[in-house]
Design a protein around this ligand. Structure first.
Ligand SMILES: Cc1cc2nc3c(=O)[nH]c(=O)nc-3n(C[C@H](O)[C@H](O)[C@H](O)COP(=O)(O)OP(=O)(O)OC[C@H]3O[C@@H](n4cnc5c(N)ncnc54)[C@H](O)[C@@H]3O)c2cc1C
Length: 390
């Protein structure tokens, strides 16, 4: 086992780190206070990142991405955790790997423009009546001649306002067992589409989370991604690596960032005539955070390694999802405590990190759902025998 980073990996991480420090960090406070990232600033960070070859890095080289391995992706995504979600989305893209299922003319229409940054996309699975139970959706694509008519509504769709098209799950055969769900590429300018409210959240300032309404939207075979009835399978196969990156790795990055701020603060802040870092109760919060963050990072790298070996990493991904998200929650909670009143005060970003971190335990499958999956895997394969799963 060799945990040393190669020179290429170090260069990649340093390039991303420097970009975030110099170009994104200075915009954080403005986004937080105005509630948005000004379009001209979004354009500027996107153009510069694309010039440097940092846009759409998770996409294969043949389509214009950087073709990173899963491990390299996690190294980069950990750095993404050091700043706000909206700045990362605009600067580096948020490209769903499900788009790689595009074939023929679909590539020109949806995949390639997205990798170039000319179009943006959201994934629309969740509905008011179907969250954790993604199979419980009621959005329907009813066969109509050669194509379908799409009707239904989604909610909580990240970046819904900004996106040009959506990857939408819809029931194509309610009678089959389990019911058949397909995945469609739906352009925002399709007749019958309405963008609903922005559902304001407690954190993630600057991003939008929208309701989407579809009414008799005419879809052709070109709108169907992959085979009819295989939509959930495509989601399961392609969302795992995205989940590991955008939740697991970013949670590790965010927790590391907050921990670094805590460590600096306890050296400087004095009470009772000495730095608060001299008090053992404070040291315990630092020590527990260091241990948990490093354990989360190891688990993350192991999961990424499993993916790079071409193995089924679903259980590893669920373990990371739970552990990294909950570590982040504990670390940001301790940070508020260590910073005292300043941790609760909007003059410092600690309260923002605390709010932003809370969603990590909920989206992309809640802790309860992923724990259920881990338990199911352990029951089937044994708790310590995950590496025998081919
Ligand atoms: C900021 C934000 C961004 C999002 N972005 C997107 C997006 O881009 N695209 C998209 O499709 N969705 C998105 N979502 C939706 C997100 O994935 C769902 O909120 C999440 O899957 C949980 O579903 P729910 O909110 O309906 O909660 P519910 O499913 O109603 O769950 C409520 C509670 O019950 C628990 N629970 C449910 N089932 C079980 C069970 N079987 N065992 C034990 N406990 C259970 C849950 O863990 C949770 O604690 C986003 C949500 C938010 C808040």
């Amino acid at each position: 086992m060799d945990f040393t980073l190669s020179d290429e990996q170090k260069m990649l991480v340093n390039a991303v780190r420097q970009f975030i420090k110099e170009e994104l960090k200075p915009l954080e406070d403005e986004v937080e206070s105005t509630g948005l990232l000004a379009p001209e600033k979004a354009r500027a960070i996107f153009e510069h990142s694309r010039e440097l070859g940092l846009y759409a890095m998770n996409m294969p080289e043949e389509y214009g991405g950087a073709g990173l391995s899963a491990i390299d992706t996690m190294l980069v995504e950990e750095q993404f955790g050091h700043t706000s979600d909206i700045l990362i989305r605009r600067a580096f893209g948020n490209i769903y790997e499900a788009l790689l299922v595009c074939e023929g003319a679909q590539k020109e229409r949806w995949l390639l423009p997205t990798v170039r940054g000319d179009r943006t996309c959201s994934i629309a699975i969740t509905e008011p009546g179907a969250g954790s139970d993604a199979m419980g959706i009621t959005t329907r694509a009813v066969k109509d001649g050669d194509g379908w008519l799409l009707t239904g509504n989604k909610h909580f769709i990240s970046d819904g306002e900004y996106s040009d098209f959506f990857l939408v799950t819809a029931v194509t055969d309610p009678e089959s067992t389990p019911k058949a769900i397909s995945l469609f590429l739906v352009d925002k300018d399709s007749p019958g589409f309405t963008l609903g409210r922005n559902q304001v959240m407690m954190g993630l300032t600057g991003t939008s989370c929208n309701e989407l309404f579809f009414k008799n939207i005419r879809l052709t075979r070109e709108n169907l991604l992959g085979e009819e009835g295989r939509g959930m399978r495509i989601c399961l196969q392609t969302l795992g690596r995205v989940r590991l990156a955008q939740v697991g790795a970013r949670a590790v990055g965010k927790a590391t960032h907050v921990l670094d701020l805590m460590v600096e603060y306890v050296k400087e802040r004095k009470q009772f005539g000495k730095p608060i870092g001299d008090f053992q109760l404070i040291q315990q919060m630092i020590a527990d955070s260091v241990i948990e963050v490093n354990a989360a990072r190891l688990l993350l790298h192991r999961a990424a390694w499993e993916i790079d070996q071409g193995r089924d990493a679903r259980d590893w991904i669920s373990m990371v999802k739970v552990h990294a998200a909950e570590t982040l929650g504990r670390v940001t909670d301790r940070a508020v405590q260590v910073f005292g009143g300043m941790g609760y005060c909007k003059e410092l970003p600690i309260e923002r990190y605390y709010r932003d971190s809370r969603i990590y335990r909920i989206f992309d499958g809640s802790s309860e759902i992923h724990r259920t999956l881990v338990a199911r895997g352990a029951t089937k394969f044994g708790a310590a025998l995950y590496d025998v799963r081919a």
